[in-house]
Design a protein around this ligand. Structure first.
Ligand code: SAM
Length: 237
């Protein structure tokens, strides 16, 4: 993968960037995504945000190599602190846990002024993002699920504004994704069969551990998720 040829995962993220956007890619690492989006003429400008020195240096190098220094700014900082209000229209955050992505959005709320689209690709816990979107006036517009190199990825696309159609079945739709549930693809089924297997293994291990109030609570949480997912998969069979 490089800035000329993106992974299927990042290419799918890019496919949701509205043409002519000023984008910010937070946790950009090599800045492949903004370089690609600007180079292809999809975005007019970009900001590559990075909190860690190594990836920040890689991003600087890539932007220079792509000769895009005039249109892509590489900035070092935590989450949305690298952008100013009304500076970007579209934010992409990919390749991190859902809870971290949600916390970046929560801590940077003030910087979201002027942003009309968020494209988020959590590696785990997409539910944390769906909950954050719902609580903060962002409407989930599309979702994608895909498999690449034996890993399954979800991509969530949200636009500013209260949801027109609220969730029908809040618990299952927040956990599994309303669009992905409806689509019911083979990758989706595969993902949740895998999750179920993992949760059941955890429950088995927990049975051998000494019971504590925390363990009981954790067990109950997992069992609840198992119940939700099993019901959905049974219905879809
Ligand atoms: N977005 C790229 C992708 O999807 O291929 C890179 C993903 S990489 C696994 C995650 C990157 O996010 C790392 O380079 C890490 O330094 C950066 N990161 C993690 N937390 C961050 C934060 N709070 N603010 C900015 N960058 C962050």
């Amino acid at each position: 993968m490089n800035a000329e040829k993106l992974s299927k995962r990042l290419e799918t993220v890019v496919s949701f960037i509205p043409e002519g956007s000023r984008i910010a890619d937070i946790g950009s690492d090599h800045a492949y995504l903004p370089c690609y989006a600007v180079d292809k003429g999809i975005a007019v400008s970009g900001i590559a945000g990075e909190v860690a020195e190594g990836p920040y240096q890689s991003a600087l190098k890539q932007v220079k190599y792509s000769q895009l220094e005039d249109v892509i700014a590489v900035r070092k900082g935590d989450g949305l602190e690298v952008i100013s209000p009304n500076e970007t229209d579209c934010i992409t955050i990919a390749g991190m846990g859902g809870a971290l992505i949600a916390s970046i959005l929560e801590e940077g709320k003030g910087k979201l002024e002027g942003v009309s689209r968020l494209i988020l690709q959590p590696n785990v816990s997409a539910v944390s993002i769906r909950s954050w979107l719902l609580e903060n006036g962002w409407e989930l517009k599309a979702e994608k699920i895909l498999e690449e190199d034996n890993k399954i990825y979800e991509i969530l696309v949200a636009d500013k504004g209260e949801p027109e159609a609220p969730y029908d079945n809040m618990e299952s739709e927040l956990l599994l994704g309303p669009f992905l549930l409806k689509e019911n693809s083979s990758v989706f089924k595969q993902k949740w069969e895998q999750e179920l297997k993992q949760w059941k293994n955890i429950i088995e291990k927990m049975k051998k551990a000494e019971d504590s109030p925390e363990l009981k609570q954790r067990k109950a949480q997992i069992q609840k998720k198992i119940g939700i997912v099993e019901e959905v998969l049974d219905e879809k069979r």
